[in-house]
Design a protein around this ligand. Sequence first.
Ligand SMILES: Cc1cc2nc3c(=O)[nH]c(=O)nc-3n(C[C@H](O)[C@H](O)[C@H](O)COP(=O)(O)OP(=O)(O)OC[C@H]3O[C@@H](n4cnc5c(N)ncnc54)[C@H](O)[C@@H]3O)c2cc1C
Length: 388
Amino acid sequence: MAYSMEAFDVLVIGCGFCGSVIARRQAEKGKKMLVLERRSHIAGNMFDEYDDNNILVHRYGPHTFHTNIAAVYTFITQYGEWDDYVLKCATDLDGVLSPVPFNFETIDLLYEKTDATELKHRLRKRYSGRETVTIVELLECEDVLIKKYAEKLFELDYRPYTAKQWGVEPKDILPEVLRRVPVRLSYVNAYFDDEYQCVPKHGYTRFFENLLDHNNIQVELNTNALDFLKADVDSGQISFNGKHLDIPVVYTGALDELLEYRYGRLPYRSLRFDYQTKNIDSFQGSAVTAYPKAKGYTRITEYKKLPLQDVAGVTTVAYEYPLRSDGEAGDEPYYPILTEENTSVYEKYKRDAERIQNLFVCGRLADYQYYNMDAAVKRAFEVENKII
Ligand SMILES: Cc1cc2nc3c(=O)[nH]c(=O)nc-3n(C[C@H](O)[C@H](O)[C@H](O)COP(=O)(O)OP(=O)(O)OC[C@H]3O[C@@H](n4cnc5c(N)ncnc54)[C@H](O)[C@@H]3O)c2cc1C
């Protein structure tokens, strides 16, 4: 590499939320930061850009920021303007478009009026004081009417969607995954409930440019850190270009890759996006609509609605196809597959990583966790605090 590591106090691998937040916070403390990013752009999975229709699209899937953590919101709003944005999603239940998470409107759409009234009454009574319940709870409910409603939702949506998204039967997925999309006990129609819900006014890439704009931060794109860096568990040391490296190394890539797959590959689900231009003003009512029973794809995002963009006569939509990630080039690891077996393999990698004192792992890949963006920022705060 053209530059010498002696000029830097901390090496960061990966330029998504975790890497960039740590780089910025350390830079503010006077540390010289080198950030290596394998891709040709900053912003990790939040990367967005204008397409040929002059519509801002998120290249790695639709992203809206939502959090209840005031410190995270205060942090991100220092680096650019954010617009309030409440994401509304729909799902196609055998031709009936329902809000998702399911709410009382779903019941009105699926049932005759008398049955709908009775079901809503029973749900209110049984789960009095609660805003949402999980599908797992509803499926276990002793009230036959409620249980039947849960089974209907499960068959129309959760089962086919989960099977397609994860490539396995729901019984093989940890319950946390099924619990992620709750069922509402009201008419509230919003995908998230968090206090702060927003999108960056000028897009995520611009936001990351601001975040990384500091004299103490140097970013190198198109650079796979693992071409230079080696983590040796037995000696507890890291080397870079064959030389011992004793500065802190923040690693936000996949841990199995760093440790040369010594316990095998950690499985991920990947995604393929099929972008299409439609010469119409509007393609679908919501920014994101799920199609649990469609062949191959799980959902369609209409980007001019995320955020709202004033472009007439044309719209860009992205069909989202889940697929298995087998580590091939261009086959991005998106979602860790959180089965007990996989998490126990991950724990072995984690224990090994802990033997290297100047290695700090952080992020959705390195922690083998599904993090929303706010959780990624919070995790970055925690890890950054440990760097001396
Ligand atoms: C389809 C989809 C939609 C999502 N939507 C939302 C949403 O609406 N709201 C929300 O809050 N969250 C959402 N998320 C989650 C969000 O993407 C994550 O929270 C975020 O990406 C976590 O940031 P990170 O820094 O951990 O990882 P990343 O953003 O993936 O950054 C890691 C970076 O490390 C780089 N890297 C890896 N290995 C190397 C290496 N060897 N050398 C150099 N660089 C390397 C990668 O190229 C990558 O750029 C979504 C996730 C997906 C998959």
